[in-house]
Design a protein around this ligand. Structure first.
Ligand code: NAD
Length: 253
């Protein structure tokens, strides 16, 4: 059912939250647009400017790695300046209140951790862009280290331990999904009574399968997104409004 107005949506969401014992939020890029981080698919989003670099291309080509890192450095000021928005803060309030055991996110911006979620309670399906990792031995590197190497050599660095390429700790298209995170997200979806998809176009698979998994296991499904998604028909409540406006009233919880 689509809420006829923002007010009606907030009221119905409030009722569902009050009735729920275990809430699992599932967030996408839309929760972070009010923090200054563009999403992928909206007008002005990242993909309207740059074609994504698939994983096999990153592995095969030094030029692709250099380009990937140039793009990441170009976003550094934006990521550094971003602070949790109203959506992040509302979810953190429900987490503190004991209603949310953990959050599943497609985002890579670290803003759920910054809003107060313990790192072990943020299930990052697509990794994290605030640090780097060797794609071979998985050794972690700071972005500062990568930048220093890049500036010194004029190209993206390889791992000091094993010599494989170093990449942001994110999951690119064509890269395997993280097994432990996929397993934990599935368990959370299967054992909640309210699943709230927030700011995701729900077109990136397999992540987009979790709302339906939750629904099939008996949870109520709410979708908050300012444009239609393919899963709206199966939701108990669709709030097609701004996320900050919708979740702002729950910050005080
Ligand atoms: P997406 O760009 O496909 O979809 C975002 C959705 O949010 C869109 O449908 C858009 O209309 C909606 N939206 C944007 N701002 C909104 C607002 N203020 N209120 C309500 N709705 C709003 O993003 P996705 O589904 O998360 O999938 C894209 C992939 O992009 C993810 O895998 C993620 O890893 C990556 N990504 C992450 C970030 C980030 O970490 N902040 C930013 C860009 C892309």
């Amino acid at each position: 059912m689509i809420a006829s107005s923002l007010g009606e949506g907030v009221e119905q969401l409030g009722d569902l939250i009050a009735a729920a014992k275990v809430i699992v939020p599932f967030t996408g890029a839309g929760i972070s647009t009010e923090c200054g981080i563009p999403d992928f698919r909206s007008p002005g989003g990242i993909w309207t400017k740059n074609r994504p670099i698939p994983f096999d291309e990153f592995v095969a080509s030094q030029d692709a790695r250099d380009e990937a890192w140039r793009r990441r450095f170009a976003m550094e000021a934006t990521f550094n300046a971003a602070k949790p928005g109203r959506g992040h803060r509302a979810l953190a309030a429900l987490y503190r209140a004991g209603k949310i055991p953990a959050i599943v996110t497609q985002n890579i911006d670290n803003l759920h951790q910054a809003s107060g979620f313990a790192a072990e309670h943020v299930i990052e399906l697509h990794g994290n862009t605030t640090y780097a990792r060797c794609i071979g031995c998985e050794k972690s590197y700071s972005l500062d280290w990568v930048k220093q190497q890049f500036d010194a050599d004029g190209q993206a660095p390889d791992c000091q331990s094993c010599g494989d390429p170093v990449k942001t700790a994110t999951i690119s298209f064509g890269q395997a999904m993280p097994e432990a995170e996929m397993r934990r997200a599935a368990e959370l979806a299967q054992h909640c009574d309210l699943f709230i998809a927030i700011g995701s176009s729900l077109v990136v698979w397999p992540a987009a399968g979790f709302p339906q998994l939750a629904r099939n296991c008996g949870a109520r499904l709410v979708i908050i997104n300012n444009e239609p998604t393919e899963q709206d028909d199966s939701a108990d409540l669709v709030i097609r409004h701004d996320i900050g406006e919708t979740l702002g009233p729950f910050i005080g919880n």
